[in-house]
Design a protein around this ligand. Structure first.
Ligand code: BJW
Ligand code: ZN
Length: 240
């Protein structure tokens, strides 16, 4: 903990990758690991069974019910001390990039500015026909599946398995990882690619890599420091 505090203080460029675990203490269910009422397996479906274009094509109502349920939980959620600690760290670090796999928008609500959302936003809806995007924060949605004015079906503005990440955002994330002297991997099982590859990218160009998670991941053995515990408690301690 002591040396990590120094690394944080001395770093001129920090990149952070967050996952569902940072929002767990805000009451947002994770996908894979967690405690108590987390992970938020919905009706026993795994994310891999619902977050795919094939699942949506087969049963858009089912997939939308899952998103509508999550939108309801996220609408009630507030940033936790972990989100706020990251926003504070950004304010005092010259180059700070927060790369998140989360679609909940809680980092932005906590005041983080330089946020790269790799997997989109749960509040954006995109038309399958005319491709138009709009923000819609209503919960529950009045109609499922929701429809565009053009008559087309709307889908969540998120990235599903087998879909490419937004090109410019991914490019910026790679650049941030490759130019960081400190890389933090927080609250992610680090099994979903290409996001999970960012930590190795940073390591390969000489960055120190620190992981914060309540449980070990496949990366925990190959990094500089692993801090075991909830990010909502550890991050404020680190940034104090
Ligand atoms: C705490 C805590 C607390 C709990 N404090 N910690 C084989 C090898 C490599 C790759 C592939 C492969 N086969 C297929 C692929 C590709 C695939 C992939 O990675 N699959 C793997 C599962 C094997 N990837 C893709 O398909 C990606 N696209 C792609 O590769 O495109 C290629 C392409 C190029 C060009 C053209 C076309 C295609 C896209 C991936 C999209 C992922 N989407 C989702 C859904 C987003 C929308 C939504 O939210 O509904 O993203 S899936 C889901 O997983 C979501 C998450 O962002 C993502 C990662 O999950 P995350 O955040 O790590 O959460 P959990 O739940 O897994 O972990 C929580 C962690 O927190 C745990 O470790 C806990 O211990 C911890 N924790 N409480 C700290 N309080
Ligand atoms: Zn449309």
């Amino acid at each position: 903990m002591h040396s990590i505090r120094e690394w944080l203080r001395d770093a001129s460029s920090i990149a952070v990758l967050t996952g569902a675990g940072v929002s767990a203490e805000s009451g947002v269910p994770t996908f894979r690991g967690g405690s108590g009422n987390n992970p938020g397996l919905w009706k026993r479906y795994r994310a891999e069974e619902l977050a795919t274009p094939a699942a949506f094509a087969r049963d858009p109502k089912l997939v939308w019910e899952w998103y509508d349920w999550r939108r309801g939980l996220i609408a009630e959620a507030r940033p936790n001390p972990g989100h706020y600690a990251l926003a504070k760290a950004e304010a005092r670090t010259p180059n700070f990039t927060l790369i998140t796999q989360n679609v909940d928008g809680l980092h932005e609500l906590a005041g983080s500015r330089n946020v790269l959302r790799l997997h989109g936003s749960i509040w954006i809806l995109r038309c399958m026909e005319c491709r138009r995007e709009r923000e819609d924060r209503r919960t529950p949605l009045p109609e499922i599946p929701p429809r565009c004015e053009c008559g087309g079906m709307l889908r969540p503005g998120v990235v599903w398995f087998g879909e490419a990440l937004p090109a410019k955002i991914w490019q910026d994330a790679e650049m941030a990882a490759r130019s960081a002297d400190l890389f933090l991997l927080i609250g992610t099982s680090a099994v979903v690619y290409p996001a999970a590859g960012l930590a190795s990218m940073a390591k390969s160009v000489g960055a120190r890599v620190v992981e914060i998670n309540i449980a070990e991941t496949g990366f925990s053995d190959s990094i500089d420091e692993f801090l075991q515990g909830p990010s909502g408690e550890l991050l404020p301690q680190l940034m104090a």
